[in-house]
Design a protein around this ligand. Structure first.
Ligand SMILES: *Cc1c(COP(=O)(O)O)cnc(C)c1O
Length: 396
């Protein structure tokens, strides 16, 4: 049998063809009117995609660069910060904050769990300067309650800024930055926006911009104030990843067009983003239902729509499912990260995945289960029937 390689990984995600064409055509110089027009347009689209009236800054780096920028720009050595961590990416906040000399208060939960708000409340101090968390902890597939943390900061009149790594939360869940009171919301290019790795972005509140005037940590390449000044002129401070910026514009056009009507064939980016989120919600629910119907146990108590994490049964290495899907069907899913390696496998839903992709993957997983994990006692169709029902109900 021939096999078509398909990514089902939570970053990088499958590439949108329209974005690939835009990249190939993007041989323009970055100090020209052509680039300034492109950059200005993409920055405006980013605001709509994030759903904020705040300025959005685009960086030529992977997502971790924007995470680092939100520490280096917003803190001084010795500042007290609160990190909420329940997985690999939560641990990254601790690592970055430590590198910049912050005093860290940590609310840490085991992989697969989310935070108890009473513990978060107890850990928040009058002198906490910044709270760092994920919207979706991709290493475990867990959605954290950003709104509840934002509400806690409001209720306690905290001066702490709320910084949210929304790298897989954006485009898969609702994150109302302005209404909830998020101060910095971070995204990355290789996730829901369907383009290659290499760009990150941060939406930044006025409160956070003001904080940057007094903080003392060193920053040069990732000086957000410098980027903001340049962005007003339609430029970035240094040579940007021009081809990726062209790709991002094309991806936003495509997302907007998902909400096209006969009166408005170009569509609308805000409505298109809602469709993208709905899509991730439906296909993740299909996947969860299918995995449970096949006899698997889900890993997290608070599943998000970016990726589904599934336990391998007792005595089975989760790498078996990853390997079999790759060798038999050229479908690439991911193993657990960090301490969960060998115990769980993860299937992505963010970005350019549709009903057809998910049904095909569930069918392939049935082949793997029936042949290689007989102890689950599953039959062909068990997972597909569950997924079909979810699809029919959610799109009725
Ligand atoms: C992918 C990802 C990141 C960014 O990682 P990079 O490899 O630096 O792009 C950060 N946080 C989360 C939750 C992610 O999923």
């Amino acid at each position: 049998m021939i096999r078509k390689t398909r990514l089902f990984t939570p970053g990088p995600t499958p590439l949108l063809p329209a974005a690939q064409f835009a990249m190939a055509a993007a041989d323009i110089h970055h100090r020209t009117p052509e680039f300034r027009a492109l950059y200005t347009r993409v920055l405006a689209q980013l605001k709509e995609f994030v759903g904020t009236s705040n300025d959005v800054i685009l960086l030529s780096s992977s997502g971790s660069g924007a995470m680092e920028a939100s520490v280096s720009n917003l803190t001084s050595p010795g500042d007290r910060v609160l990190v909420l961590s329940a997985g690999k990416f939560g641990e990254r906040w601790t690592g970055i904050a430590k590198s910049f000399g912050c005093e860290i208060d940590l609310v840490s939960e085991p992989y697969g769990q989310t935070f108890d708000m009473e513990k978060v409340k107890a850990a928040l101090k009058p002198d906490t300067r910044v709270v760092y968390m994920q919207a979706n902890e991709t290493s475990t597939g867990t959605q954290h309650d950003v709104k509840a943390v934002a509400q806690l900061l409001k209720d306690t009149n905290s001066e702490a800024l709320l910084v949210v790594d929304g790298i897989t939360g954006l485009g898969t869940s609702t994150l109302d930055m302005d209404d909830w009171g998020i101060d910095v919301l971070i995204g990355g290019s290789q996730k829901a926006v369907m383009i290659p790795p290499g760009l990150s972005y941060l939406a930044i509140s006025e409160r956070a911009w003001a904080r940057m005037e007094s903080t003392k940590n060193p920053r040069y390449y990732f000086d957000l104030r410098k980027e903001r000044k340049n962005a007003v002129k339609g430029e970035s401070a240094y040579t940007p990843a021009v081809a990726l910026i062209a790709a991002l514009g094309a991806a936003f056009d495509w997302i907007a067009a998902q909400a096209a009507t006969t009166d408005n064939p170009a569509g609308n980016l805000v409505e298109g983003r809602k469709k993208l989120v709905h899509n991730a919600e439906v296909i993740s629910e299909m996947t969860r239902a299918a995995m449970v119907a096949l006899g698997f146990k889900l890993f997290t108590e608070s599943p998000g729509s970016a990726a589904t994490a599934v336990y391998a049964p007792e005595g089975v290495d989760s790498g078996l499912v990853v390997k079999e899907l790759k060798s038999r069907f050229a479908a690439i899913i991911t193993n657990g990260q960090g301490e969960m390696k060998g115990q769980i496998f993860r299937i992505a839903h963010l970005g350019y995945f549709d009903y057809m992709d998910m049904i095909a993957l569930i069918g392939a997983i049935e082949q793997v289960v029936v042949k290689s994990i007989p102890q689950l006692k599953a039959s062909f169709g068990d997972g597909l029937i569950a997924a079909q029902k979810v699809y029919a109900e959610r799109t009725a």
